[in-house]
Design a protein around this ligand. Structure first.
Ligand code: ADP
Ligand code: MG
Length: 243
């Protein structure tokens, strides 16, 4: 079994007037199933660019990408939507829930689109709402939920199709630090209990500390930090505390 996702020499340039921004400068990365990985870096470093390429939302200008062992670099844009639904769950910093649907219906939506029978859908959605702590909020619409609760709905929605990987672009950026920490703990526990693969971007050091693998993004290039000895272990120690 190969790696879940592989990027080889990925380049992505944006033309901005007369200047060209090199948002990804030949990035090579491999992700395995079950990882809990942070893409860490300052604003503008290239995190969203990489996540969008990993998640088949955007295509590289050069380089290759393979997902679940299949090279998808040359899949035409109109067929990428199918790949996205099949392989990925997405979590955004702005939650992106459907305002007129309640929590249950928001989580259920990807399964409706996938054509799953109603009874199966209900079982799966109820179990997930339970595991994100929202069993009692199933009839609440997004505007009737707090930011943290909205992000829990978004997490349940991202997991409901049992994707190869869940991609979260700054999932805590619109939350206060306590709520943000709770959201990362929830993701970590879903990673541990259900082996859900998470790749999330952040510039918050408390969040970076919870990752079991950290990829630093800087000016369109990546630098890997040595893996932790066990999943969930803090990678960044205060200086002077190393044995
Ligand atoms: P991050 O998510 O780390 O903040 P991004 O991947 O969004 O970084 O952006 C990386 C670089 O690419 C930045 O310099 C940004 O200004 C530029 N960029 C991103 N998207 C576009 C775009 N659509 N057009 C032009 N430049 C862009
Ligand atoms: Mg970004």
């Amino acid at each position: 079994m190969g790696s879940a996702i592989q990027l080889s020499n990925v380049v992505r340039n944006y033309q901005l007037g007369k200047t060209m921004v090199q948002a990804a400068r030949g990035v090579s990365l491999e992700f395995q199933r079950g990882e809990f990985t942070a893409l860490a870096g300052a604003s503008g470093s290239g995190k969203t660019t990489l996540l969008n390429i990993i998640g088949c939302i955007d295509k590289p200008d050069a380089g290759r990408i393979s997902v679940d062992g299949k090279d998808v670099t040359d899949v035409p844009l109109h067929r990428l939507a199918g790949l996205r639904n099949q392989y990925f769950g997405y979590i955004f910093q702005t939650f992106n829930l459907v305002a007129v649907l309640d929590a249950f219906e928001n989580v259920e939506l990807p399964l409706v689109l996938a054509g799953m029978p109603a009874k199966q859908r209900r079982e799966r959605v109820e179990a997930l709402l339970e595991s994100v702590g929202l069993a009692n909020h199933r009839h609440h619409r997004p505007q009737e939920l707090s930011g943290g609760q909205r992000q829990r709905v978004a997490i349940a929605r991202a997991l409901v199709t049992e994707p190869l990987a869940v991609l979260a672009d700054e999932p805590t950026a619109n939350l206060d630090s306590k709520t943000g920490a709770d959201i990362i703990e929830l993701m970590a526990s879903l990673n541990a209990s259900r082996r859900v693969t998470f790749i999330f971007s952040t510039h918050d050091h408390h969040i970076i500390n919870r990752a079991s693998r950290v990829i630093w993004v800087s000016d369109g290039a990546v630098r890997e930090q040595a893996p932790a000895e066990h999943a969930g272990a803090p990678l960044l120690r205060a200086s002077g505390t190393n044995p």
